[in-house]
Design a protein around this ligand. Structure first.
Ligand code: SF4
Length: 88
């Protein structure tokens, strides 16, 4: 990868693409790298957004990203939607 130059807008895109290839992007960043963004929408309105009821509170998850019992797959309603967004 070439060295970044100040004002080089492609640098961030290349960095994300490389991280994505290495599998090091996580969460929403990974979803945006894989599928792009869906401006004007949030995850809370997406059909893939799910709510798991816990003992003391609800846990939000993205079914497409993957669901575990750990915090690594916790999601936010107000996340900017990815390209896989579908109206709930
Ligand atoms: S828009 Fe839907 S599919 Fe995309 S990250 Fe949000 S919940 Fe997941």
């Amino acid at each position: 990868m070439t060295k970044p130059v100040f004002g080089d807008d492609d640098w961030i895109a290349r960095k994300h693409a490389l991280k994505s290839l290495k599998g090091s992007l996580k969460g929403l960043e990974a979803m945006h790298a894989r599928y792009g963004a869906r401006p004007g929408h949030t995850c809370g309105d997406c059909v893939h957004f799910i709510v798991n009821s816990g003992h003391e509170r609800n846990y939000f998850k993205c079914a497409l990203y993957g669901v575990t019992n750990g915090p690594g797959t916790d999601w936010r309603k107000k996340n900017a939607a990815c390209g896989k967004w579908e109206q709930r």
